[in-house]
Design a protein around this ligand. Structure first.
Ligand code: ADE
Length: 245
């Protein structure tokens, strides 16, 4: 999968895209990145990419011509990449959308900046995405969030195929607690079941702990989660115990 990033700050992406999982995925040939500098698509001597807003007001607005020229340079016509504008007013990014994007051959991620982007740019994108209900100074950190969440779902990016499956949100629950050596740390012991070697018991314990955490921290997720009769019975027990205490 190819990620095109359209930005005024290409240097922002240097080290994140050349480190950890993203670099490994690239070495393996599963993903690739091209960062496009919007200023390369300006036509004046000063490489002007923003201007004052019509109608007055504070701040600067990103100009339509260089942004659209940069978007079009990432591919046009049939089979062009899916074009995504990052902005706080877009639909909120989640695991489902990450999985949908991971199926594509290429995406173009446009990072907004300053007070906004000329409204006419929106006619040249397919989707507008926000990573949450807060305002960043620019779309660049959001682009990294989207790239990270999508890239790890692309086959071949993560070493172990299962690690992208057995985790929070893919099953509609938060992840179960994990432990590694030593068996005791500052008086806290690893739960006995995890060293029992009984895989059936371990799986049941993990499921119950995942449900316990979800009930405690994100009960909203349980409304959409895939729950067995056993899960429901356990949740009823937990809720009952909480009521008694
Ligand atoms: N740009 C500024 N804030 C943003 C957000 N919350 N998500 C995506 N892009 C943004």
């Amino acid at each position: 999968m190819h990620f095109h990033v359209v930005t005024l700050f290409p240097e922002f992406f240097g080290s994140p895209l050349s480190a950890t999982m993203l670099a490994k995925g690239r070495e393996r040939g599963s993903i690739d990145f091209t960062v496009h500098d919007i200023r390369d698509y300006t036509e004046d001597r000063h490489r002007t990419a923003d201007d004052t807003p019509y109608g007055g007001g504070q701040g600067m607005v990103m100009k339509a011509e260089p942004v659209v020229a940069a978007i079009e340079a990432t591919g046009d016509g049939d089979g062009r990449p899916r074009r995504i504008l990052l902005s706080p007013r877009g639909r909120v990014f989640d695991g489902e959308l990450a999985a949908e994007l991971a199926e594509l051959d290429a995406v173009t991620i446009v990072c907004g900046r300053y007070e906004g982007v000329d409204e006419r740019v929106r006619a040249f994108v397919d989707d507008e995405i926000s990573i949450g209900d807060y305002v960043l100074a620019g779309g660049e950190p959001a682009a990294l969030v989207v790239i990270d969440a999508v890239a790890r779902l692309v086959p071949g990016v993560l070493g172990c195929a299962e690690s992208a499956l057995d985790e929070s949100f893919s099953e509609g629950t938060l992840e179960y607690p994990q432990y590694t050596r030593p068996p005791e740390f500052r008086g806290m012991k690893v739960p006995e079941v995890l060293v029992s070697g009984d895989h059936g018991k371990i799986a049941a314990w993990r499921r119950r702990e995942a449900l316990r955490r979800t009930l405690e921290w994100r009960p909203d997720l349980l409304l959409e989660a895939h729950l067995s009769d056993e899960d429901r019975a356990w949740l009823a027990d937990l809720a009952g115990a909480a009521d008694e205490s």
